[in-house]
Ligand binder design. Structure first.
Ligand code: SF4
Length: 308
C-alpha cells in the first residue's frame, strides 16, 4: 500500500505562533497560565499544555485577578477584552494576525458607512470574536439561502468579510449571491484570505487525484479539518477525520492501493506520524511518499513582551 502525504499539511503560522506564546509565557511567568478557550482546536496540544500547568477556561470569571491570561488564536470580542481589563488580568493576545486583519477590514467598512456581512459558521469562536470586534451589528450568512433572506434593501451599501478557515473556493458561491443581491458591495482582495486554509485545501484536491481514500488528522471541532474531509467527499473519495492512529478503522483501507494523508492547520505532525505507525501495524508493507506542493515559509512575530 502507498501512503501519500499532502504538502502542505498540518500546523500553519498562526497555530505555531499561538502555541509558542503559551510556551514562552510558561517559561517567563511560570504556571499557572490561563488560556481562554482551547489555544487551538486540538486535544493533543491542549492536553500537553495542561500537563505543563496551563489552565483552559471558557469564562474569564474563572481566572483570578492579575493572572497571566492568553486569548486563543481564534480571537475575542471587545466585550471579552473589556471584561479582562475589569478583572485586572495580564492579557497576552495570541489572536492570529490574519484574524486581526479581518477585524480591521470590518471596522474600516463600518467607518465607510457600510453594513458588514460576515460569511462564517454560527457559534464558531472566531465568528463570535469577529462580530464583537467590529463595533456595529454584523449580519452572518452561512449559505446562499441566507443571503436571499437578509432583511435589508438591495441598495444598502454593504461589505463582506469571511471567517479565515473558509477558502476562496468555499466562499465564492455566497459572494456571488451577495453580488447579485446588492448593488453597492465591496469585499477584501482574495489574496487576503488565509494562505494556510487555501493551500491545505488545494493540496487535498490534488491528493484526491492520486488516492483511493483520504485520511484527515484533526479534531472534531476544527473547522478547517472538517472542511478538508468534505473536500475529499466532494471528490467522491471515502474521507475520514481522525484525531490519531487509534481511531483508524482497518476496514477503511482494506483493498485500497493508495491512502492520501493530510492534517488540519491545528494538528501536529506527531499525530500524522502516529497515523502512519497505525497504517504500518495494519499493513507492514507500506511505502510513504510526499506529494509535490507549496513549501510555506510564513512566520508571524510574537508579541513584543515575549520576543526576547
Ligand atoms: S488557519 Fe490561517 S487564520 Fe487560522 S490560525 Fe492558521 S494562519 Fe491564522
Amino acid at each position: 500500500m502507498r501512503v501519500v502525504l499532502a504538502q502542505p499539511r498540518g500546523f500553519c503560522a498562526g497555530v505555531v505562533r499561538a502555541i509558542e506564546i503559551v510556551e514562552r509565557a510558561l517559561e517567563r511567568y511560570g504556571p499557572p497560565i490561563y488560556v481562554r478557550h482551547e489555544i487551538v482546536h486540538n486535544k493533543y496540544v491542549v492536553e500537553r499544555l495542561k500537563a505543563k500547568g496551563v489552565k483552559f477556561v471558557e469564562d474569564l470569571a474563572d481566572v483570578p485577578p492579575n493572572a497571566h491570561t492568553i486569548f486563543s488564536a481564534h480571537g475575542v470580542s471587545k466585550e471579552v477584552e473589556r471584561d479582562a481589563v475589569d478583572r485586572d488580568l495580564n492579557v497576552i493576545d495570541a489572536t492570529c494576525p490574519l484574524v486581526t486583519k479581518v477585524h480591521n477590514h470590518g471596522r474600516r467598512y463600518v467607518g465607510q458607512g457600510r453594513t458588514v456581512i460576515l460569511i462564517g459558521h454560527a457559534g464558531h469562536p472566531e465568528v463570535e470574536g469577529t462580530r464583537g470586534q467590529i463595533g456595529a451589528p454584523v449580519l452572518l450568512v452561512q449559505t446562499e439561502q441566507d443571503v436571499e433572506a437578509l432583511a435589508i434593501p438591495s441598495d444598502t451599501p454593504v461589505a463582506y468579510i469571511t471567517q479565515t478557515t473558509l477558502s476562496v473556493d468555499d466562499t465564492k458561491g455566497i459572494i456571488a449571491a451577495l453580488q447579485r443581491r446588492f448593488s453597492d458591495i465591496i469585499g477584501p482582495e482574495t489574496k487576503d484570505i488565509c494562505y494556510a486554509t487555501q493551500n491545505r485545501q488545494a493540496a487535498v484536491r490534488e491528493l484526491c487525484k492520486m488516492a483511493d481514500v483520504i485520511l484527515v488528522v484533526g479534531a472534531e471541532n476544527s473547522s478547517n479539518s472538517n472542511r478538508l474531509r468534505e473536500i475529499g467527499q466532494e471528490a467522491n473519495k471515502p474521507s475520514y477525520l481522525i484525531a490519531d492512529g487509534s481511531e483508524l478503522d482497518p476496514a477503511w483501507i482494506a483493498r485500497k492501493e493508495t491512502v492520501g494523508l493530510t492534517a488540519g492547520a491545528s494538528a501536529p505532525e506527531k499525530l500524522v506520524l502516529d497515523v502512519i505507525d497505525a497504517l504500518r501495524r495494519i499493513d507492514g508493507d507500506i511505502e510513504v511518499t510526499e506529494m509535490d506542493g507549496i513549501k510555506e515559509n510564513i512566520e508571524f512575530r510574537l508579541p513584543a513582551e515575549l520576543r526576547t
